[in-house]
Design a protein around this ligand. Structure first.
Ligand code: MN
Length: 283
């Protein structure tokens, strides 16, 4: 038996305040100039606004091709509608998982006129062989997402598996996505194989990561990328609880050519996506 190697943080990235859609204020954590992508992750946005002026305009109809969007609502609610006839209500604690595949046009609009709207949208690339798959929509209400609680650790399984509990979400590649809360002194450990890109994004508090003898710390509002190894170790970095998103997925090691809402493997495929959209053949 070999000893697991604890993965150390190799890069820490601060989210960038920007806006998207029809003027929704958000923080772009991944997919920014500082960290354009982390194969197969293409984008991570945090929207967390309690002023309706900053979210009410929502994300009206827009296209996607070549990847999946995984949206996790922490507070508030949005309605999703798309060109394939899917309609979903993203309520607090739910995950909305859309496989754009060969093309879909969708809108994401707030259902509320006041209060906090808080969530995360992650873009997960599709392997070349599945980029033109039929679009798919998975609506995963909060009560269908398992929660594992033990010894100061609470883990909600948004995708993948943790301690034998499995999210009903189906992915094309090995993919784990967890909402992790740790009380001071609690230690979270899980395998994260070397062929997977792995990161945490700290929502609240401060995370302590890496080997106990050589820790590094990631504060709220920052994303930490893990370097080589096969085990991730996390605990609260001070006397306060820490809450974070943990994500790990198998690298595709394929060329990425992205333009706006399309992510393909070649420039020709990207140009075709724009032509198909402009001629009404997408979605
Ligand atoms: Mn979208």
């Amino acid at each position: 038996m070999t000893t697991a190697k604890i993965r150390k943080i190799s890069q820490i990235v601060q989210g960038l305040n920007t806006s998207d859609g029809a003027g929704v204020k958000l923080k772009r954590i991944l997919g920014s100039p500082e960290l354009n992508q982390l194969d197969p992750f293409l984008l991570l946005d945090e929207f967390k606004n309690d002023n309706p002026d900053d979210y009410a305009a929502g994300f009206p109809d827009h296209p996607h091709r070549g990847f999946e969007t995984v949206t996790y609502m922490v507070a508030g609610s949005f309605t999703h509608r798309d060109s394939k006839g899917h309609e979903g209500h993203l309520n607090a604690g739910s995950v909305q998982w859309m496989t754009a595949g060969k093309g879909i046009i969708h809108s994401e609009m707030p259902e509320q006129a006041d209060g906090l709207a808080w969530g995360y949208q992650l873009w997960l690339n599709l392997p070349a062989q599945f980029k033109m798959t039929d679009p798919k929509y998975q609506d995963l209400p909060s009560e269908k997402l398992p929660v594992v609680e033990e010894k100061g650790i609470r883990v909600k399984i948004l995708a993948g598996e943790y301690k034998g509990a499995q999210s009903p979400g189906k992915s094309f590649i090995p993919f784990t996505y967890l909402d992790v809360s740790l009380a001071p002194g609690a230690v979270f450990e899980r395998t994260a194989p070397p062929d997977q890109s792995t990161f945490i994004y700290v929502i609240e508090g401060k995370a302590k990561t890496g080997p106990e003898t050589e820790p590094s710390y990631v504060k709220a509002g920052f994303l930490g990328v893990f370097g080589e190894g096969d085990l991730v170790r996390l605990e609260a970095g001070d006397e306060k609880p820490v809450r974070l998103l943990f994500a790990s997925a198998q690298r595709l090691n394929e060329p990425v050519v992205r333009g706006g809402p399309f992510v393909m493997n070649t420039m020709g495929e990207l140009k075709q996506a724009f032509v198909d959209y402009q001629t009404g053949k997408l979605g």
